[in-house]
Design a protein around this ligand. Sequence first.
Ligand SMILES: NCc1[nH]cc(CCC(=O)O)c1CC(=O)O
Ligand SMILES: [Zn+2]
Length: 281
Amino acid sequence: MVILVRGDHDLMASRPMPTMPIKEVGAVVGDLARYGVPALKVFAGGDRRDAHGSRGATADSIMANAIREAKSANPAVTVMTETCLCSYTDSGECHIARKDGQPDLAATLEAMAAQAVAQADAGADIVGPAAMLAGSVRIRRALDETGHHNVAVMPHLIFDSRLYEGYRKTMDAVPTSGDRRPFQIDPRSPMAAVDSALAFISEGARMLLLEPALFCANVLIMLKRTCDVQLSPFSVSGEYLRLTGFGDDLRLMLELFTFLKRSASGQIITYAAADMARILA
Ligand SMILES: NCc1[nH]cc(CCC(=O)O)c1CC(=O)O
Ligand SMILES: [Zn+2]
């Protein structure tokens, strides 16, 4: 199950995707336990932004509070996070910029590591570096150094796609540059996604998140043949907005998930998990 958590004063404006305040997280986690959904992926808005996205690494961020809320509602729920800067930088970019405007990769990795530690401190089980940077798994070192040996790192393998629009608008994470193409995988390059996946695996990743789920099946199948890693497709905002029908018709989503299961998919990460589980129960 995926949730988008925002601060109380940011819930007012009308947004394409459903959002919730921290105080509703516990009820969602209760529902998940009832329906047997084992994991929750948390995205949280930044209530303060700056050039370095430093708010994301604090102990009282919306993310940290949402994680604590989820874990106190049910300690057994697996909490997965988004570990990225785009909700915390004033530019909406996933990367910190140098003075000349170019992305500062070392500073970005350091910021992601600090965020991962703050998320682990709050109780996260799996952190998810999402800036598509080589070296993302170095977050592992920061976690080990702070005693979080049991917290897993799940790098995100992200294709450039039009399907993220709803998320970006909802979370005020529209990049100033207009897109994230320099970092995300070009869908026209046949082997680029597999190469990135293999690079993360050689860094030590044991699990990968792939997005958008709709367009990742060939990568799942290719990786499954040669790698022993957990492959979790993430069905993103644009899929949720387009594939769910009138009322709560989830039959098209179910068709997509059946296709993904047939295509070597592990756990599927979706905004529709609670509704889907209720219907299938
Ligand atoms: N940090 C990247 C990130 N984190 C969440 C999404 C999209 C999630 C969704 O659409 O549901 C993305 C992709 C992007 O903005 O380029
Ligand atoms: Zn980002």
